[in-house]
Design a protein around this ligand. Structure first.
Ligand SMILES: Nc1ncnc2c1ncn2[C@@H]1O[C@H](COP(=O)(O)OP(=O)(O)OP(=O)(O)O)[C@@H](O)[C@H]1O
Ligand SMILES: [Mg+2]
Length: 255
């Protein structure tokens, strides 16, 4: 059986690049013999939009995982957006799942129960999350092996790291002792020589691992999203794609 690794991309601060990193890390991981599943666990559905996915009444989405018991195969629920790259989409109704679940048993382990049955089909599963600590984010952390925390190196974003770190420690204690922070990933870095020293020092104080790699600020990232493309397609030879590949290599060598 394949050993699948499930990653949560999370930070309680919005707009730090969670969705962009999820999408483009997946683009850099997918190969002929590696199968990837992306899960859009954010009611805003930015990841699903990135691939131009259109949801209608008949579509299966992540919402079904949270509310239904009998589901078809993942390959009937997710869309194959590139060869070997699958997306389980968000839906406008995913937001209402938050209150629906509040009175339900096993509300924190619904995604885990689903992924335990689905994992064997994939090498990597990447879950994109909303910038808040709601029951959807908790499900993601409970279902994951590792957490990647994208952040900008400025003080407010770094505080988001501390808040997600606290949530992770709580989940480890209560439900998922194997959960591990793989690292904080600095994103939208402008000038590596001047990376905010106070933000770095703050991070060091939280005692979370920080990747050596970072992703520079580049218009190629929003541009590729607007074109429904992956960075590896729209900017294959750009420096920022080089950053993404270095990050992928660092990540894989640490697994
Ligand atoms: N390295 C980068 N360089 C330039 N722009 C970037 C970079 N990373 C992300 N962006 C842009 O920043 C904006 C926010 O990124 P993204 O949507 O990935 O963040 P997010 O953390 O998922 O946000 P939210 O919390 O709202 O879900 C987007 O317009 C995206 O294209
Ligand atoms: Mg997002």
């Amino acid at each position: 059986m394949k050993k699948c690794v499930v990653f949560s991309l999370a930070n309680l601060k919005g707009g730090v690049g969670k969705t962009s990193i999820t999408v483009n890390l997946a683009g850099s991981l997918v190969t002929d013999n590696k199968k990837i599943l992306l899960i859009d666990n954010d009611p805003n559905g930015n990841l699903s939009s990135h691939f131009g996915l259109e949801i209608n009444e008949e579509s299966y989405t992540l919402e079904d995982v949270y509310v239904s018991k009998n589901l078809p195969s993942i390959f009937d629920m997710a869309a194959e957006v590139r060869a070997n790259l699958w997306v389980l989409a968000s839906s406008p109704g995913l937001g209402s799942v938050i209150s629906y679940l509040s009175s339900k048993p096993n509300r924190e382990i619904r995604l885990k129960n689903f992924l335990d049955k689905t994992k064997k089909e994939f090498d990597y599963i990447l879950i994109d999350n909303p910038p808040s600590l709601n029951i959807l984010t908790l499900n993601s952390l409970v279902a994951s092996d590792r957490v990647i925390i994208p952040t900008q190196l400025e003080d407010f974003s770094v505080e988001g790291v501390q808040r997600i770190n606290k949530a992770i420690l709580d989940i480890k204690k209560r439900i998922n002792p194997e959960l591990k922070i793989q690292g904080v990933l600095p994103n939208m870095v402008n000038d590596r020589r001047k990376i905010s020293r106070s933000a770095r020092e703050k991070l060091a104080g939280f005692q979370v691992p920080v990747f050596k790699s970072s992703i520079r600020a580049s218009v190629k990232i929003p541009e590729s999203a607007e074109m429904y493309k992956l960075l590896i397609e729209h900017g294959k030879s750009t420096a920022v794609n080089g950053d993404m590949l270095s990050f992928r290599d660092e990540l894989l060598s640490a697994l």
